[in-house]
Design a protein around this ligand. Structure first.
Ligand code: GCO
Length: 427
């Protein structure tokens, strides 16, 4: 396999999952609720906030040439309207560290976590969030835009509707049999403990009300209404227009969580409806973007009765996903049918303990990307999720997606075979 000159071969992280002590964020607050749905709190995570130089050097030394990471809104604006210049300088240092190591920084402005104050003001269902996000994007771009070429505004902007759909499915399954409830967690591309959430809901509602002023805080990773779904994409457009006004050459896009949706006989209408909800209905908001971030992990199959469980005997990952790297090529081809602009694979990976499975996954996923390139589809890069084993949201540290293992007792990093294997394609 070979890729064009300038093709990004990189790895991805998210601030809350790797930096540590994101104390002004909504996630930090919810992790510490007495009736939290989180397996464990994020705490110091991988201390990437202080160890980013070591981590970026490991990435570069293995041959990778791009690093996708997020700037944490809750650090930049811990209180409404109070912007912390020191945190801007921290991220400037991270960006410059990338450049010093010959690595292209691809920055995400919002990767699931929000400042507590934003959620207290209605979060991702409140009209005011559109302007708050635009203002935040403007501030970061004014300060750091001169050192960047790629900005993803919002990570997996379609997650809210996906969660609304799975919540409906989960409640149905939970009514049928608790044993089935587990499989709900394997059908959304984020670490969620639905079973524990349901048990804790009534207590957590009271505890959330004490922190956020509402028993149902509209954090980003929560069920979204259709109005809230549109609001997220209006926030993206407002931010993009502001960024482009400041730096017209900045490449700006959004990232979407997309499954390889496959219809078995009789499942066609379900698969088409799911693709409309997951992707096609967003086209008016993103059609003119500079790129689209494609984030894919597995496939979902549909039969005459709707969504099907993983095929009998399928190899599963720690996340209860089917191990199916061919999904990436299928999703890229499907997206390109409607979105003709540049694509960047901003996330693709696998939670496994056996790194040889990750090597096999990467080989097959990259083969699919090369097949797409050979057919003229404008894929500009591939960022593997994730650079290091990290905090998989409500699932905590049990899910190992990393190209680098981290002993969090000592913060020792141990590159896995898969890191060098991925880097070998960047040369
Ligand atoms: C997501 C997020 C990542 C996850 C990754 C593995 O897509 O949910 O971008 O933060 O950790 O996808 O689930």
């Amino acid at each position: 396999m070979s890729f064009p000159k300038g093709f990004f071969i990189g790895a991805a992280t998210a601030a809350h999952q790797v930096e540590g002590n994101n104390i002004h964020s909504d996630y930090w607050a919810q992790e510490l609720l007495p009736h939290t749905s989180f397996t464990e709190p994020s705490g110091l995570t991988c201390d990437h906030y202080h160890r980013y130089e070591e981590d970026i050097k490991l990435l570069a030394d293995a041959g990778l040439n791009a690093y996708r990471f997020s700037i944490e809104w809750a650090r930049i604006e811990p209180e409404e309207g109070q912007f912390d210049q020191r945190e801007i300088e921290h991220y400037r240092d991270v960006i410059r560290c990338c450049r010093a190591n010959g690595v292209e920084p691809i920055v995400t402005l919002m990767h699931f976590t929000s400042p507590v104050w934003l959620i207290r003001q209605g979060g991702w269902e409140a009209e005011s969030t559109v302007e708050y996000f635009r203002r935040y994007a403007a501030y970061v771009t004014e300060q750091l835009g001169g050192e960047l070429n790629y900005i993803c505004t919002i990570n997996e902007a379609n997650m809210g509707l996906q969660l609304a759909a799975i919540s409906r499915r989960f409640q149905l399954m939970a009514q049928q049999a608790a044993a089935k409830a587990k499989s709900a967690e394997g059908t959304v591309q984020v670490g969620i403990n639905f079973e524990k959430m349901m048990e804790n809901m009534k207590f957590a509602a009271m505890e959330n009300a004490q922190i956020f002023g509402t028993p149902q805080p509209h954090i980003f990773v929560s069920s979204r209404t259709l109005e809230g779904d549109a609001l997220v994409f209006r926030a993206h457009k407002a931010a993009k227009e502001t960024i482009k006004a400041l730096y017209p050459d900045m490449q700006v896009g959004i990232t979407l969580s997309m499954h390889d949706l496959q219809a078995l006989h009789g499942g066609e209408s379900f698969a088409e409806a799911a693709w409309d909800e997951e992707f096609r209905h967003y086209l008016p908001y993103i059609r003119d973007d500079d790129f689209l971030g494609v984030q894919n992990y597995t496939r979902t199959q549909y039969g005459p009765q709707g969504q099907l469980p993983c095929p009998e005997g399928a190899e599963l990952t720690q996340m209860d996903y089917e191990f199916y790297p061919e999904a990436l090529e299928h999703v890229i081809r499907r997206v390109h049918e409607d979105f003709r602009g540049n694509l960047i694979v901003t996330e693709n990976g696998v939670a496994v303990s056996d790194d040889s499975r990750r090597v096999d996954f990467i080989r097959r996923a990259l083969q699919g990307v090369e097949n797409c390139l050979n057919d003229g589809i404008p894929v500009k890069g591939y960022c593997h999720w994730s650079l290091m084993d990290n905090f998989e949201w409500q699932k905590g540290y049990s899910m190992t997606f990393g190209l680098i293992a981290v002993d969090r007792a000592t913060q020792t990093r141990t590159p896995k075979e898969s890191l060098a294997f991925l880097g070998s394609f960047a040369r």
